[in-house]
Ligand binder design. Structure first.
Ligand code: GDP
Ligand code: MG
Length: 725
């Protein structure tokens, strides 16, 4: 046999360049972002994992029942001119910040493995305490197992690239007072997590003196590595086999005659529990132990399946293969991860720690907001892709609402329908016929596309949410009669100004409510726009929240001003004496007068030449006189009141609707200098005091930490890209 047991460890690497690069990546902490090729020893408790690692790495692991591994241990080798062993702790994936900080400040530095061998027990006691593991030395510990990782880094001039991880052993039966079912699951999941990545070589550690069929690890390995490309069976404790039949059973396993593995098995013999050999003699002791492999039946096996030296060589080859396979993918993954980190950093925006940085940041957002406002008011919807959202198409929604208001107002705002005079139907009368109100004579204003007030509880105090309006009543002449009889004075067919004021006020009784309904709808539309636009310009959700709530306070006051302006306009119309300079008032009134005379004379009319239908109708002048003088003063007065009221109402409501739109909506709510849309502007930002500024734009500690982490990650990944080139 060409076996040279106990030879000085030396890896025969297939791609030393690449392995070295992987080593450099690991040094630069890239393993934290991307899985790197590595070896993981897994198996049952006491199967000999730690002992195997000791044989492979020379690190004198404490072994045995009481010291069975409670956490994963990563052993890394690095070629350096100096000899040094660094011991650190890497916090587990679920560690809280405090625990993490505490663990990561731990560092122990030693020079030789002999020194480590001496100090290891006390070091492990410290580590158990830090991880909070309950042991005899640390009975106050809360955990039996930990997801934190002990990292041992061995540097020296003759170290070869090799990273091996020792994972706690799987166990089937729990021990009262020591391990629970939860621990069992925790360990099993830890093992699964360590072996799942396809860059991990699974060293399935199996004691030779136990039937492989009972070893759960082979099932787990098969689940993680169905193809069997990266699972190697390692049989330990070969020295404990005394019977030839037992030895032969292991040999047949190695020869692939039972339970074959694609990569096969390897047999070793480690330091036993009773050996307390001096560390200096470790390699001599190994050599001594391995002489057993020269005997029957072991000597039947090929050299490369037996002993530590050949195993180490084998692992180097496997690692090289895995690395070659992983290399191109590692490059794309690093690039993707880098791009992703860069995007995340960009989304965090510029750093915002000083007052000036905070101001600049907010001013930037405010000017984007104002650009959207301008485009939304100009219906310039091609200006920003965000305008695909309907709630940002502001002016369109306002105009649609306003037009609907105009039609509704025209048809429903009057308390009584005016008397329709046969002969000429006025424009409005024609429209009225088209209007379909509900059976109960109530119009419901809410139309599709209007925001749900329930979504904006901040506006509760300002807007109305009852959209119902009563239809106008019939019987206007009877009502005018009552008004006239209740208010007439000493007059002869004329009437005092008071009657017209009273009548108009009553006829316009619904104006205030309808106007409030209209303003409420427009305020909802504007408010929804403001919130949506803020969302578009402010990517940071924390800032968005703080900004919205700060802006919201001031917005409410603005909306209230608009509402009050509209109510003022209603009061102006309804409380002043009816008056207008609009000549349509006279035109309308005279038109009505003419219609009435014509109506009265209708019965007296006849054809200019009887029988000739083409000829116009004529009346005798005498009939005209009779017709006009036959009416009582009161009747004449009431007709006049009706006609003047109608003529005035028409002029007044048109004037009013125009004013409400231009003054309350367009000027106060949309385009004027005091509009709520202008509120969140550069000036507003510059007006914020330092405290408010920090509250809105300041970075939370979490954001700052995130930024720092991302920066570090980007730096490290950039280095990784260099290495991988
Ligand atoms: P782990 O729980 O899988 O890490 O197992 P350990 O490495 O702690 O080993 C458990 C016990 O088996 C210890 O007492 C070791 O000394 C012993 N042991 C491990 N490997 C061998 C071996 O190859 N031969 C002998 N005789 N004992 C071994
Ligand atoms: Mg162990």
């Amino acid at each position: 046999m060409g076996l040279k047991p106990g030879d000085q460890p030396s890896l025969h690497l297939t791609s030393p360049g690449r392995l070295q690069k992987i080593d450099q990546l690991r040094e630069r902490n890239i393993g934290a972002y991307l899985p790197l090729p590595q070896l993981v020893a897994v198996g049952d408790q006491s199967s000999g994992k730690s002992s195997l690692l000791e044989s492979l790495t020379g690190i004198p692991f404490p072994r045995g029942q009481e010291l069975c591994t409670r956490y994963a241990t990563q052993i890394t080798h690095r070629r350096e001119a100096y000899r040094q062993i660094d011991i650190r702790i890497i916090a587990g994936p679920h560690a809280v910040q405090d625990h993490k900080t505490k663990l990561e400040s731990y560092l122990k530095q030693l020079e030789t493995t002999a020194q480590l061998g001496k100090e290891f027990p006390s070091i492990l006691t410290e580590i158990n305490a830090l991880m909070g593991i309950r042991t005899i030395d640390n009975p106050a510990g809360e955990n039996t197992f930990s997801e934190d990782v002990l990292k041992i880094e061995k540097c020296g001039p003759d170290e070869d690239y090799l990273t091996i991880i020792d994972v706690p052993g799987i166990f089937r039966t729990t021990t009262e007072g020591v391990t629970t079912n939860r621990d069992k699951e925790l360990v099993k999941n830890m093992v699964k997590r360590y072996i799942k990545d396809n860059r991990t070589i699974i060293l399935a550690v199996l004691p030779s003196n136990v039937d492989v069929a009972t070893q759960e690890i082979l099932t787990l390995a098969e689940e993680a590595d169905a193809a069997g490309d990266r699972t190697l069976g390692i049989l330990t404790k070969a020295d404990l086999l005394k019977e030839l039949s037992a030895k032969s059973a292991v040999v047949s396993l190695l020869e692939g005659k039972r339970k074959p593995l694609k990569l096969g098995y390897h047999v070793v013999t480690n330091r036993g529990g009773d050996d307390h050999g001096e560390e200096e003699d470790a390699s001599a002791a190994l050599r001594e132990r391995e002489t057993m492999f020269l005997e029957d039946p072991w000597d039947r096996l090929p050299d490369d399946r037996v002993g530590i030296a050949s195993l180490r060589e084998r692992l180097g080859d496997l690692l090289g293969e895995i690395t070659d396979r992983a290399f191109p993918k590692l490059r794309t993954e690093t690039r993707d991860r880098l791009a992703n980190a860069e995007k995340k950093l960009k989304d965090l925006g510029t750093p915002r720690q000083t007052e000036r940085e905070q101001q600049q940041y907010l001013v930037g957002i405010a000017s984007q907001f104002q650009a959207i406002v301008r485009a939304a008011l100009d219906a310039d919807y091609s200006a920003h892709p965000a305008f695909s959202r309907d709630e940002l198409r502001l002016i369109t929604a306002v105009i649609n609402t306003t037009e609907q208001f105009n039609v509704n107002f025209q048809n429903f705002a009057r308390t009584y329908h005016f008397e329709s005079k046969t002969g000429i139907a006025t424009e409005e009368e024609e429209d009225e016929e088209d209007t379909k109100d509900d059976d109960d004579g109530i119009l419901h204003l809410d139309m599709p596309g209007i925001p749900d007030p329930g979504d904006f509880p901040d506006l509760d105090r300002i807007i109305v949410t009852d959209w119902a309006v009563q239809s106008p009543k019939t019987g206007i002449m009877k009502w005018i009669d009552t008004v006239y009889h209740r208010s007439r004075g000493l007059d002869l067919g004329t009437f005092g100004h008071g009657i017209l004021s009273t009548a108009f006020r009553e006829q316009s009784a619904k104006w205030e409510m309808m106007t409030k309904q209209y303003l409420s709808l427009v305020i909802l539309v504007v408010h929804r726009f403001v919130l949506a636009a803020l969302e578009v310009v402010c990517v940071d959700t924390q800032v968005l929240q703080d900004l919205s709530s700060t802006v919201l306070g001031d917005l409410g006051a603005k909306y209230e001003t608009c509402m009050n302006q509209a109510i003022l306009l209603v009061h102006i119309e309804r409380q002043l004496k009816p008056y207008t300079l609009n000549h349509y008032f006279n035109v309308n009134q005279q038109k009505s007068h003419g219609v009435r005379i014509k109506q009265t004379l209708q019965s007296k009319a006849r054809r200019e030449y009887p029988g000739d239908e083409k000829r116009p109708l004529v009346v005798k002048l005498g009939d005209v006189e009779d017709a006009i003088t036959n009416k009582s003063n009161a009747e004449h007065a009431k007709e006049t009141i009706h006609d003047i009221l109608e003529a005035y109402y028409k002029v007044a409501y048109k004037r009013f609707v125009d004013n409400v739109f231009s003054q309350a909506v367009d000027y106060k709510l949309l385009s004027g200098p005091e509009s709520p849309l202008r509120l969140f502007s550069e000036q507003w930002v510059l007006g914020l005091d330092a405290e408010k500024l920090r509250a809105v734009a300041g970075e939370s500690r979490r954001t700052r930490e995130r930024r720092e982490r991302l920066k570090k990650e980007i730096e490290e990944l950039e280095v990784a890209m260099q290495i991988l080139r």
